[in-house]
Design a protein around this ligand. Structure first.
Ligand code: ATP
Length: 633
């Protein structure tokens, strides 16, 4: 891992546009102090000034090329081809020049001005420079570059390089959590590119699919956040290692004050969604900038798709460059202050760039390093043995060369330099110096054979110990790599489980909204029912007229109310008894219709129906009486 590095921030102020000048806009409050790398802002009453300091500041006259060079993008690209991730993103209010800075694409004329070299935005410059950088790398590293291009529009992710997926009402692509501690987009088209032209061809194709619109503050405003990602994969054909890095070039949609844009209807919805995701981005920046070293407050990355996708760029393992764009007009004073405030906060955020080595490659690399160290130690040990054997031979005339008795041993030998003998050419390694220290260099040479054998014995013992500890180390490495393998498998399993759980949560969230609606409906029905019951209870039951008698449900045990005596309740038996007492009023029943349920609406009291019924009943009563008295009619 590289040492922590802060997010670099460059601030660029665009010139006043012609239409702004025509409308009389001026800039009397925001100034660029290139010497101090500061933006100086006067208060609204012009009495006070505040300075905001950044890594670079650029005034209205800054060219695209100057911006590219002074922001040290070429150095950033060197890191990318070595295996580090990097992100460059443009931030600022709508119309402040983000798209101009990133793309250099003139949407007004609908012509790509990237062909005019001086107007080229950062994207084409970065792409060309990246491939040039790759060419400077050692031949044994083979590179492949892959490109993806997506947009986040109204909290949905669309593949700008897959027109089939861009259909209206498309659900967008799903975002998943990877085991590399970052979000990735599922089913995004990945295009291998073998030169800058291929990348830019995809880029231009994607630009045509971007959602753009016109409003009061920008005639060609990006309505989505666009992310061009270049994945750079390097294979070391000699050492056998693999690494991959990601370079993200992000053109954010601009924050906008709805009252100023004049947006309505769907455009207003777009504005709200843009502001929501930028709000989350600002929250992420604020939380991370407030973190003291060692602290880890909760960072709301997951609250928006944009911040989820930028998780490793802001407070993660990437190098990051933020380009904050300002509109010079005094009209945008508040927006500029807000941009400068968040740019200052972002400048305090630390990232920890990590070289993205393939885990196996990393293990192999570590083991190779260790083996190299062990071999070196072993060589030194052999040299020591050789040297001691040589010394033993010097002192043992029978076995080897002759040395004059009491001869002074050259001091050189103790400084690790060559000692020339008539027969042997002994090379003394630095390590042997310690083993021979017992000889005391400045004294006359008086090594006895016993001393030498003793030294030899000690050396052999030391070598055995070393080999033993080497073996232990190797065992430990094996054991650790096994543990790591198991942990990797467990992590993969946990990721899979996590994924399932996320899907379940998603489906539960969907279900819970349906359940909520059903509960609401149920509640409405219950209240309607109780209202009907209340109404029903208050309503007097009307005795049937001749025409409606089939509608009564006599079989039921329902409590009914007498029509001629509202409020007095009787049940079926009660009613029959009542009829037997007053036979003249008995109504002849049609049994076939007993089970017919009267319509609810007809149970409702209606004074007119009641009056009609009462009069019918009295007619019926009179007729019955007349019949009983044998009166015909
Ligand atoms: N440095 C510049 N020099 C000249 N013209 C510029 C510069 N920056 C921006 N412009 C012009 O200003 C206008 C608005 O710029 P641009 O569309 O890039 O803004 P934006 O921040 O991307 O807006 P939005 O968020 O709405 O997409 C464009 O016409 C663009 O050509």
């Amino acid at each position: 891992m590289e040492s922590s590095t802060r997010i670099s921030v460059a601030v660029r102020m665009r010139p006043l546009l012609k239409e702004e000048q025509d409308q009389g806009h001026t800039n009397s409050k925001v100034f660029i102090d290139s010497g101090e790398k500061a933006i100086v802002v006067s208060s609204t009453d012009q009495k006070q000034q505040k300075k905001y300091f950044f890594d670079c500041v650029f005034d209205e006259l800054t060219t695209q090329e100057e911006l590219f060079n002074y922001t040290k993008i070429p150095e950033l690209l060197k890191k990318v081809v070595q295996g580090f991730n990097a992100t460059i993103f443009a931030y600022g209010q709508t119309g402040s020049g983000k798209t101009f800075t990133m793309e250099g694409y003139d949407y007004n004329s609908l012509k790509p001005i990237i062909k005019e070299s001086d107007k080229q935005g950062l994207v084409p410059r970065v792409v060309h420079s990246l491939f040039s950088e790759i060419k400077t790398m050692p031949q044994n590293i083979e590179y492949t570059v892959y490109a993806t291009y997506m947009q986040v529009y109204q909290e949905k992710i669309y593949d700008l390089l897959n027109p089939a997926q861009l259909k209206p009402n498309s659900a967008g692509l799903k975002m998943r959590w990877s085991k590399h501690d970052e979000f990735y987009v599922e089913n995004l088209y990945v295009h291998p590119c073998y030169n800058a032209t291929e990348v830019l061809t995809h880029f231009h194709a994607g630009l045509k699919n971007k959602v753009m619109a016109s409003h009061n503050l920008n005639s060609a405003s990006s309505r989505s956040h666009c992310i061009l990602s270049l994945i750079i994969e390097g294979v070391d054909t000699e050492a056998g290692g693999i690494f991959s890095s990601k370079l993200q070039l992000v053109d954010l949609a601009g924050s906008e004050r709805v009252s100023m844009t004049g947006n309505e209807g769907p455009a207003l919805k777009e504005s709200i969604e843009i502001n929501k995701s930028l709000f989350t981005l600002r929250q992420v920046i604020t939380t991370l900038s407030g973190n003291r070293e060692g602290e880890s407050a909760f960072v709301p990355y997951r609250d928006s798709k944009l911040t989820s996708l930028l998780k490793q760029s802001i407070g993660g393992n990437s190098y990051c460059l933020m380009i904050a764009c300002l509109s010079p007009s005094d009209m945008y004073y508040d927006e500029n202050i807000s941009t400068l405030t968040y740019a200052t906060k972002a400048n305090c955020i630390s990232n920890d760039p990590v070289k993205n080595l393939d885990p196996k490659t990393k293990l192999v690399k570590d083991l190779r390093k260790e083996i190299k160290g062990l071999k070196k130690e072993l060589n030194e040990a052999y040299e020591q043995i050789n040297m001691l054997t040589g010394l033993a031979n010097i002192n043992n005339p029978k076995k080897g060369m002759k040395v004059k008795e009491n001869a002074n041993f050259p001091i050189d030998i103790f400084q690790g330099q060559k000692y020339q003998s008539s027969k042997n050419n002994l090379q003394i390694a630095p390590r042997t110096k310690s083993a021979i220290t017992a000889v005391r260099p400045n004294e006359p040479f008086a090594l006895s054979l016993e001393m030498l054998s003793e030294n030899l014995h000690d050396s052999v013992k030391m070598i055995k110990d070393l080999m033993g500890s080497n073996q232990k180390l190797k065992d430990l490495v094996n054991e650790l790599s096994n543990i790591k393998k198991n942990q990797d498998a467990e992590i993969a399993q946990l990721h899979a489980e996590n994924q399932n759980l996320l899907e379940k949560v998603e489906s539960l969230e969907n279900e819970s909204s349906v359940v909520g609606k059903l509960q609401q409906e149920k509640q409405n029905l219950i209240s309607r029912l109780s209202a009907l019951e209340r109404e029903n209870r208050q309503a007097p039951v009307i005795f049937p007229t001749k025409e409606r008698k089939n509608e009564w449900a006599w079989k039921s045990k329902r409590t009914i109310v007498r029509a001629d005596s509202p409020g007095q309740f009787i049940d079926k038996d009660h009613y029959q008894r009542y009829q037997s007492v007053r036979p003249s009023t008995r109504v002849k029943m049609d049994r076939s219709a007993e089970s017919t349920e009267p319509a609810k609406s007809e149970l409702s009291p209606d004074s007119k129906i009641r009056d009609d019924t009462l009069s019918s009943l009295s007619v019926l009563y009179n007729k019955t009486r007349a019949k009983n008295n044998n009166t015909t009619f």
